[in-house]
Design a protein around this ligand. Sequence first.
Ligand SMILES: Cc1cc2nc3c(=O)[nH]c(=O)nc-3n(C[C@H](O)[C@H](O)[C@H](O)COP(=O)(O)OP(=O)(O)OC[C@H]3O[C@@H](n4cnc5c(N)ncnc54)[C@H](O)[C@@H]3O)c2cc1C
Length: 344
Amino acid sequence: MTISQAAGNVCTPSALNTKKQETTNSVKSEVIYLPGTDCALKSQASLSAFTSYRVGGAAQWYVAPRNLEALHASLNYAKEHDLTVTILGAGSNLLVSDRGISGLVIATRHLRYSYFDSKTGQLTVASGESIPSLAWQVAELGWQGLEWAVGIPGTVGGAVVMNAGAHKNCIADMLVSAQVLSPDGTVATLTPEQLGYGYRTSLLQGGQSPSSSKDATRTERHCQRIVTQATLQLEPGADPAQVVALTKQHKKHRLTTQPYNFPSCGSVFRNPKPYTAGWLIEQTGLKGYQIGGAQVAQLHANFIVNRGGAKASDIFCLIRHIQQQVQERWSICLEPEVKMIGEF
Ligand SMILES: Cc1cc2nc3c(=O)[nH]c(=O)nc-3n(C[C@H](O)[C@H](O)[C@H](O)COP(=O)(O)OP(=O)(O)OC[C@H]3O[C@@H](n4cnc5c(N)ncnc54)[C@H](O)[C@@H]3O)c2cc1C
């Protein structure tokens, strides 16, 4: 039906059809090593374990480079073999099709390092670093500024691309610069202004501003730029106990107001101001509504949770159902914040 590709090239239906047989379980997995590296490329790698929804099919090829050299080698491999590239952070904002993804999925989870500059209060981190881990680390150092992010289970790269935010804060407000690798191999250091930030959007998501899109299911335009590193401005010098206490408070608030006990991708829809998506969905009477294993969470109606055994198609159908019902009742088109990848 609709195909949406995160950060990588758009998959055309015909491209997917030609790869479909290769993404069935009957096809054997294969491992090859990128020339000159110890970096392994795996074929038919299941992605469900790498997304917070715990659903989705296999990647035609999957690689998780441990350094920039291996990342470059992965991109070269994709270019040489004419493979579309999809970037995967922690997979906490992704709905991967049951049919899987054609091309090469590059996971950033092993791109890790962090450098704390106590003179400037700047934290420079690799894109694969975990946002909650960083929030706890800086809190224990007595650095303020990341307390709000403790409940966002993504990577630094995903947060920079999505402009992740909570409690009236967002990454754009604290980002000094992001290092971005283009498909041609050039690296640029970009400021927040150059990244064109808006509410949960950035130019790194590709195409026009999603908030201006009438069609919430439109195909994402090509966007192959990869965030490799980010520098965040924080405020050192506070009492660690106080910063840790505020971080704990935020975490507790999240745990009591959002359903962290089931797999999800957090908020499914962007808030159509002045409303919140959760309120609209709740007022439409959809709390608890279920398709297959996918359910509108009782605790927070803008969450769809995997109650066990959900398929990506269940979640996709539930997204469509919610959109349709809210449109009918409120004449408002809810726009997904979650990125849908592959063929649905
Ligand atoms: C329980 C729960 C609570 C959540 N709460 C919040 C919240 O409060 N606020 C909020 O904003 N979000 C929230 N989220 C959503 C999600 O955690 C964020 O959007 C997060 O920033 C996604 O990061 P990620 O690493 O998981 O990215 P992914 O989901 O892996 O990817 C998201 C997009 O970014 C692209 N991408 C990822 N890394 C890179 C990179 N290095 N370079 C280029 N492109 C890249 C991907 O291709 C994709 O298009 C929540 C999710 C869950 C499961």
